[in-house]
Every structure is written in structure tokens, then in C-alpha cells.
Design a protein around this ligand. Sequence first.
Ligand code: EPZ
Length: 458
Amino acid sequence: MDYFRIQGGRRLNGRVTVEGAKNAALPLMAASLLTTGRLRLTNVGPLADIRNLGTLLDRLGVNVHFGDDDTITMQASDESCSEAPYDIVKTMRASICVLGPMLARRKRAVVSMPGGCAFGTRPIDLHLKGLAKLGARIELEGGNVVASCDRLRGATVFLGGANGPTVLGTANVMSAATLAEGRTVIESAACEPEIVDLANMLNRMGARIRGAGSPRIVIDGVEALGGCEHRVMPDRIVAGTYAIAAAMTNGDVILDDFPYDSLLAAINHLEEVGVHVQKLDPNADDLRCSVRVTSDRVLRPTILTTQPHPGFPTDLQAQFMALLSIAEGNSIVTEKIYTERFLHVAELSRMGAQVYRQGSTAVISGVRALHGAPVMASDLRASASLVLAGLAAHGETVISRVYHLDRGYSNMERVLTALGASIERCKETKAEPAEDSVPSIIPAIRGAGLTARAARDT
Ligand code: EPZ
């Protein structure tokens, strides 16, 4: 397995382009199951999760071709199979996004229960409740969801849960409803930008969706959908991660294809702590623009609570905690979406961070500087948090198990090296496998040795 070796203390300077959004691309890819038309996605990063879903779709009778220029072309040719094989689904929780499209088109779908992940249980009760409301018969057999239906029928579906709406649950129900008979209203839908991106593409395929991005989405079912071409939206979490990297090193970085409009809550908190995110062209389109990120020498503390969109995204919580660990003063971070999402705390503490966790809240007492140390990545965003800490720390940081990062960041070490960081990807020489590794089912993708437990974070 690969590890990163980082020499900290270098200011980041330069210009990079934000890659396409993993969390938009996955449900967009799953939409290839809704049609036999040709679907072509552009601006798709070479991520392990993307390759993994491509392998799953291939097993479900979709011809999947990865182009050299960040494009994927998909076209369903054999619709006889409706079982998502466990050996693939167990390595990536987000595989659940094939459930709704496959059920709507093929009238049957068998997908293994995704189980938990590194930061807690990841239930799908809201997905199943929504699809059942549309007329699906849902059984749980041997760890699998077995769903079947005649033609789905439009209905009013409430998708709110104790921790807010469900993003992939909204994607599943919205996608399925495009082929249902009649009108579906989703109340308490997820408002995330990735849902808007999916609705935009589905409408381009012939669907009739209104209200995506708001808590109420209205879908009028149609007989069939066709193919289309779609550019995946920029990844707001990757964009936020690199903005924080610039801030933590007191650097001066320009980010192109920055989804400003999708990051207003994060930008608000960044400005609060002394980080400046300035649009190069004040009149540029907020969906994709270029910004310059700089920061005050001394960062200030803040009080942060993660919320469903448009609130502060849970996927940036770990990265922001790394930044607060070197702010001057005490900050408070409360995690409302995944109350166990604090695996980064113990590792940041090994680097000298002063973090005191009580349940779903952590108090961070800022220190003047972190110090490099050997640390271990545990899930996708916690891993990113450790990289950021390593960039700012004095001395050397070695981060093991960086395959977690490869699931959500394309060639992170190359991007950071281009900005002046001292970071290298190294190959572990030890022969023995990691204690919880499983043979990777993904064709030889560098550093993508996913493990069953670890790979369910998305
Ligand atoms: C998506 O996961 C993202 N993954 C996650 O990003 C992100 O953290 C999450 O949304 C929240 O924003 C992808 O899009 C592939 P949820 P998803 O269903 O859809 C509870 C990353 O790092 N819930 O919105 O699976 C759930 O426990 C990943 O890129 C139910 O109770 O998340 C959580 O507390 C990690 N019942 C809350 O809702 C359900 O049926 C939000 O979960 C579904 C969810």
C-alpha cells in the first residue's frame, strides 16, 4: 500500500484547476441504467470510486468506456441482470445509487445492504421507504435488498431523517420517479448541488423534474429516457480542501473551476477565521469561477456546526478542524450529520493538535504549530485532514494507507507538488497485507487497494 511523505512548512503558491465532483459523478453514472441511450460524462476524475462503479455497471450489462481525457461513455446493452454483486458493492457504500435507476427500468433490483463505514452506521431506510412509496416491493434477504415492481407509480414521498435529508436517497427516488407513472413530489429532499447536477442531466435525457436544489422536488414521469452528454460539476469538497491547504500554509493560490456558489457556508467560515477567497472576476459565474486564496498570518477561531446543504458540509469538517488546530484561540466543532465522524482527532493529536471531544462536539484549542509525525489515514476526508496538517507542520509527516485519498482526490500529491509542497507518494515495501485488506477488485489502479470496511465511506 502507498504512503505519503510530507516535509511541512512550505507556503503553497500557484494555480490549479478543481476536478469534477465524485459525489455528482456517481449518481450520474448510475443514471445509465435508466436508458439504453448513450450517456457521455466529461470532467470525471480518474478516481478509484469512479472506476469501482464503472466495474459494477459493466457487471450490470452497461458498456463502460473510460476515455483518456476525463470522459466516461456508458450505454446499457444487456438489461437481463439486476443483481449488483456483493464482491463489488461491499467495497463502496455509494453503490446503493444503482438501486433506484435499476428498479425503475428493469423492474427488479438486488443490491447488498451497504452496512456501516469508518465513521458509523450508514442506514438506507429512507431510500427504501421512498421507493416503497412509489410502489416497489422491498424484501431483505441474506444481506441483500431485493426490490421489485410493476411500473412504479408517482406518489408524495417524505425523505427527512433524524440527521436531515438523504443525498443518495434523494438521488435514488428522484431517478426512479423519472420513469414512474404520474407525478412524484419529494418533500424534505436533499438540496445538495450534486442533486441539482443530476436533475439537470436527467432533464437533458428527457425527464421532467422541477425544484431540484430546494426541499421540494416535483417529477412528472415519462415513458422512456434517452442518452445525452453532460459535464460533471466541479467538486466543492476538493475545492474547499485545497483552499484550506492554501490558508494553512499562509500561501497564495488560484483555484480555477471553483464552485463558489456551492461553498458559501464554507467561504463564510473561512472569511471568519481570516482566510480570503476572492473571485478574480467579480462578475464571473458563481457555478464555476476562478478565486485567489490568501490568509492572515494569524488565523482566528470560530464555532462551526455541520448541516445539510446549504449549511457547512460534513465532508469539510475534518479538513476545517486541521485549520482550527493552528488558529489562535478556542474553536468548537459540532458534527450533526455523522456524530462519529472524528477519526481524524486522534491522528491530529499525534501531531500536537489540542482537541477535546465530547460526543458529537469537539473543542479545539489552537497551537502555534503542529509537528510532523507518522499517522494513519482512516477514511476519505480524515485522510485529507492529515495531509493538510502535514503541509503546515514543522518537520516530516508520514501518512499510511493513502488509498483512502485516492477514492476522492485525483493525484493529490501531484496537485500539491505543483503548488510547491514537498510531498511524495511511496510504495510500502512490507510483504504482509494490511490486517483488513481484501483483494482489490479494481483493475490495477495505482494505490487503489480498497478494503471492505474502509471503502464504504462515500
Ligand atoms: C452523501 O452520502 C455523500 N456521498 C457523503 O460524502 C456525504 O457525507 C453525505 O451525502 C452527507 O452530505 C456521496 O454522495 C457518494 P446521506 P449519503 O444519505 O447520501 C442519515 C464523502 O466523503 N440517513 O445524505 O450516503 C445518515 O446516517 C462522502 O464524499 C438515514 O438515516 O449520505 C446521515 O446521518 C462521505 N437513513 C444523514 O442521513 C437513510 O436512509 C445523511 O446521510 C440515509 C441516510
